[in-house]
Write a protein that binds this ligand. Sequence first.
Ligand SMILES: Cc1cc2nc3c(=O)[nH]c(=O)nc-3n(C[C@H](O)[C@H](O)[C@H](O)COP(=O)(O)OP(=O)(O)OC[C@H]3O[C@@H](n4cnc5c(N)ncnc54)[C@H](O)[C@@H]3O)c2cc1C
Length: 284
Amino acid sequence: MGSAQVVRELQHSRNGVTVKTEDGCVYEANYVILSVSIGVLQSDLIAFKPPLPRWKKEAIEKCDVMVYTKIFLKFPYKFWPYGPEKEFFIYAHERRGYFTFWQHMENAYPGSNILVVTLTNEESKRVEAQPDAETLKEAMGVLRDMFGPDIPDAIDIIVPRWWNNRFQRGSYSNYPIISNDQVVQDMKAPVGCIFFTGEHTSERFNGYVHGGYLAGIETSKALLEEIKKERKNENQTFLLEPLLAFTGSLTLKQTEPVSSLQKCDIPTQLYLSKGNFGISEAIL
Ligand SMILES: Cc1cc2nc3c(=O)[nH]c(=O)nc-3n(C[C@H](O)[C@H](O)[C@H](O)COP(=O)(O)OP(=O)(O)OC[C@H]3O[C@@H](n4cnc5c(N)ncnc54)[C@H](O)[C@@H]3O)c2cc1C
C-alpha cells in the first residue's frame, strides 16, 4: 500500500479483510495489523464492517486519550535564566494548567532562543481551537508576568494540533487507574483477521514510544503464530486427503488458483522454514 494512503474502511470476515482507502483503492488481505492510535480508534475515521464486537468497543471507549501539547516560541534573544541546572521553570496561575511548564532549548539547541511551554488536555484543546496569534498573546502575558514588561515579543510560534489531527485525535493513551488488566487484553485482542497494535496495546509501556515498538513486535509474533496454526490445520487436512478421497464421500481438492498473496507470503515462508516445521512451500 502506498505510504500516503488513508484507510477508511475495513471489511472483515473469517476469510480475510478488504481494506478501502480514501482515494478509492481496495486491497485484499488474509490478515491486517491495525496500528492507528487510540484516538483514531475512538473516532469514525475507519469504518468497520461488520462493526467491532461490543467487548472491543468497550475497551476502546474505556481508555482515555491524553492531549499533550508542546508550544514552541522563538525569540530574538534570551531573557530567561540558563546554564547548569537551569532548564525548567514553572508558572503558577489560579487556572489549573494555564501555561504552567516552561523549558528552554539552550541545552539541546544552543543559540536557538526557543522556549517550549507544555499544555495538556482541556488547555490543549482550548488553544487548538483559537488562532495562534491569540495563543501567542496569552503566552507573552504569562512571560511578562514572570520576567517583566521589557522582554521582547516572540518572532515565531508553533502550536501543534494533536487533538484536531484526524490521524492522531490526541497524543497517547492513558488507562484510568481503576481499569483492570482485562481492558488492555481486550484492547490488543484480535477481531477475526484484524490484529491490533500500537502503544495503547502495550501492557507495560502504554503511552510511550517503546510501548509502540514492543507492541509491534508482540503483535507480529501473535499473527505469525496464528498463521502457523492455520497452516498446520491446512497441512493436517492435506495429509487426510487420500484417506478422505478413499471414502469417496468428500473431496478436499483446491479448485481455485492460489492467490497472489499466498504465493508472495515470504515472511510466513521464512518463519515456518526457520521453525523447521517441514511444511513444503507448495502448500503455503
Ligand atoms: C507531544 C508529544 C510528546 C510525547 N513525548 C513522548 C516522550 O517523551 N516519550 C515517549 O516515549 N513517548 C512520547 N509521546 C508518545 C509517543 O509519541 C507515542 O506513544 C507513539 O508515537 C505511539 O506510537 P504508535 O505507533 O502506537 O502510534 P502513532 O505514532 O500514532 O502511529 C500511528 C500511525 O497511523 C497513521 N494513521 C492513523 N490513521 C490512519 C488511517 N486511517 N490510514 C492510514 N494511516 C493512519 C498515523 O498517521 C500514524 O503515522 C509523545 C507524544 C506527543 C504527541
